[in-house]
Design a protein around this ligand. Structure first.
Ligand SMILES: [Zn+2]
Length: 307
């Protein structure tokens, strides 16, 4: 079957680790799911399913959280980025606690988990949300904007008031191989000056140099240094891919983001879904259908499973 068929994970695979903000250990399992079912989080300890959908976002402070009633799942963005980055359309993400494990602070461990489980192609054609008209959120010097484009691209500019994290831009043209090599290993980051405040608010209880880049006024505190010179901007692209996954399917369009974060990314997703004419959903089952749509499908299939 061609690379525009929907994909799920071939067999159940698990990993255990602590939550960045709760500090509590949790086991996460990726499990196969039927075509057209999308990505669904399952709180195994509560028996509640929480679909990965924008209307279920409850919190965007430092990470993205979803909830159905009182059942909540926090820090969903890195596992969502890994699934979208590898072209997985349908998956059950089971977790036995309130937060997805942070692991090393990047999406690389989730990529290894998907590779361990293997990728299974399904019969249904892939669905894409194609951007037809520009939609943007602008606040002061911050911007998150989606424009029509033939394929998925992201250009993200990071500009913190800090000498090491200033005016850094990363551009990404989507393919699963590029995602696995260039984005997945980029870790989350925080400033030493913010850590005391976060801990006083009950956040970052599980944070350490093993799962985040920590920057003080002049230097990187992690002894191993950075994985990429522009690791900060790369991680923001990774977060944006995870956040945009909550639109319900992969996007064909160009994202331009300047100093955006989880809250702005989610505001953009909500605005697209609420703006008639801004987008349409296409299902692609055969190559002949691509020409009239004037889109190019993302390159998928380079990251093969080792199952
Ligand atoms: Zn992140």
């Amino acid at each position: 079957m061609a690379n525009w068929n929907q994909r799920t994970i071939a067999k159940r695979v698990s990993v255990t680790g602590v939550g960045l903000h709760s500090g509590k250990p949790a086991t996460l399992t990726l499990a196969p799911a039927p075509a057209d079912s999308g990505i669904t989080f399952v709180r195994m300890d509560l028996g509640v399913e929480i679909p990965a959908r924008a209307d279920l976002v409850t919190d965007t402070i430092l990470s993205t959280s979803l909830a159905v009633g009182n059942a909540r799942v926090a820090t969903v963005e890195h596992v969502l980025a890994a699934l979208t980055g590898l072209g997985i359309d349908n998956c059950r993400v089971e977790v036995d606690g309130p937060e997805i494990p942070i692991l090393d602070g990047s999406a690389a461990p989730f990529v290894w988990l998907v590779q361990e489980g293997g990728i299974e192609k399904q019969r249904a054609g892939k669905r894409f949300l194609v951007i037809d008209q520009p939609v943007e959120i602008r606040e002061g010097g911050k911007l998150a904007r989606l424009d029509p484009a033939a394929e998925m691209t992201i250009r993200f500019t990071v500009d913190f008031d800090h000498p090491l994290v200033t005016d850094q831009t990363f551009e990404f043209r989507f393919s699963d191989r590029r995602f696995a090599r260039e984005l997945a290993p980029a870790r989350t980051f925080c400033f030493l000056r913010d850590i005391e405040y976060m801990k006083s608010k009950g956040l970052a209880q599980g944070g350490s140099l093993d799962n985040a880049i920590v920057v003080d006024d002049f230097s990187i505190l992690n002894p191993e240094g950075l994985r990429f010179p522009d690791e900060f901007a790369r991680h923001k692209v990774l977060d944006a891919i995870g956040d945009l996954t909550l639109i319900g399917m992969p996007i064909i369009g160009a994202l331009t983001a300047v100093k955006s974060g989880h809250a702005m990314n989610q505001a953009l997703v909500r605005k697209v879904l609420a703006t008639p004419g801004s987008h349409r959903v296409v299902r692609v089952s055969a190559e002949a259908e691509l020409e009239p749509l004037r889109i190019r499908l993302p390159a998928l299939g380079a990251v093969e499973s080792h199952a």
